[in-house]
Design a protein around this ligand. Structure first.
Ligand SMILES: N[C@@H](CCC(=O)N[C@@H](CS)C(=O)NCC(=O)O)C(=O)O
Ligand SMILES: [Fe+2]
Length: 284
């Protein structure tokens, strides 16, 4: 198994390509399409870097996976699928979050059964990337539909855990819940201690100048500033709620959710042939 990391400096997101060296099959986890809300223009540089890596290595793209409906960047899934093929996949609770944003955005025709994605992964579902063994753990809390991919000894936790010195993800998005996140994190921390954890965002920390993205179950268990050292549920929920009340909405929250709930597709064209992203006023 080979794992390549890609970092988007606009949203501080790590995307991954996980490949099976025997079969040359691969999966992308959490791709990024850049977006400038001032001009409404998208940019595919991040996704192109991933595509170039896959093509250069002669890999065949089997899966385009999302750990959750991201609220801080647009997914590049349809762009990548168009170039390389592959099946898109997300957690089976996707409908819960689609319903929330359908109501918020008054998208009457939008279907909330997750059909926009090729596959919806159930909790515990097993799948393959070439000869690599993978399975899914339902890890809600940051959003109701978050999942973690365990691929051999590599754990792609999305936004549940961050690096040990950075803690955990926020729980104040619609449908988020700190108690639920605490219990999801417990599931991740019960994996073997030597399993590697690959995180989805890093915003740096006071203790290091550079971003980082790889740790282990053991390190998170011992050193994570929000959940390490057996912090109890009540203390976690109190800390998380206090911290969340200080955080601003992500810069790209509104564009991200309405594109990502469509598996990365833009909203449908209007009569003039143009696609629009809506902004709900005085709601969020
Ligand atoms: N400043 C970033 C914040 C992004 C953000 O809120 N990230 C979420 C994950 S999608 C989070 O959990 N952040 C935790 C934190 O900022 O402490 C932005 O505007 O994009
Ligand atoms: Fe997130």
């Amino acid at each position: 198994m080979k794992i390549e990391s890609f970092f988007d400096t606009q949203s501080n997101t790590f995307s991954y390509v996980v490949s099976c060296e025997e079969t040359k099959q691969c999966a992308i986890i959490d791709s990024v399409k850049n977006y400038d809300p001032a001009s409404g223009r998208t940019d595919t540089q991040c996704a192109d870097d991933v595509i170039e890596y896959i093509e250069k290595n002669d890999f065949n793209l089997q899966w385009i996976l999302e750990t959750h409906i991201h609220a801080d960047h647009l997914s590049a899934a349809p762009y990548i699928k168009d170039k390389l093929g592959g099946k898109t996949g997300i957690g089976s609770h996707i409908g819960d979050i689609q319903k929330i944003f359908k109501a918020l955005l008054a998208e009457d025709d939008f279907k909330t059964d997750g059909r926009q994605f090729d596959h919806r992964f159930e909790d515990g579902e097993k799948f393959k990337i070439g000869n690599l063994n993978a399975h899914v753990i339902h890890t809600p809390g940051h959003t109701p539909a978050c999942i973690t991919f365990v691929i051999e000894d590599a754990v792609f936790v999305g936004d549940t855990l961050f690096m040990p010195d950075s803690g955990t993800a926020r729980c104040d998005f619609p449908g988020g819940d700190a108690k639920t996140l605490y219990n999801s994190i417990k599931k991740i921390l019960s994996l073997p201690e030597d399993y590697r954890i690959f995180i989805c965002h890093d915003y740096g920390s006071s203790q290091r100048n550079q971003v980082a993205n790889i740790t282990t179950v053991k390190e998170e268990k011992e050193k994570n500033i929000h959940v390490g050292n057996n912090i109890c549920e009540d203390d976690f929920v109190r800390m998380r709620s206090e911290r969340d009340s200080t955080l601003k909405m992500p810069f790209l929250m509104i564009p991200s959710v309405q594109v990502n709930m469509r598996a990365g597709a833009m909203p449908p064209v209007e009569k003039n042939g143009i696609r629009y992203i809506k902004i709900p006023v005085d709601v969020l």
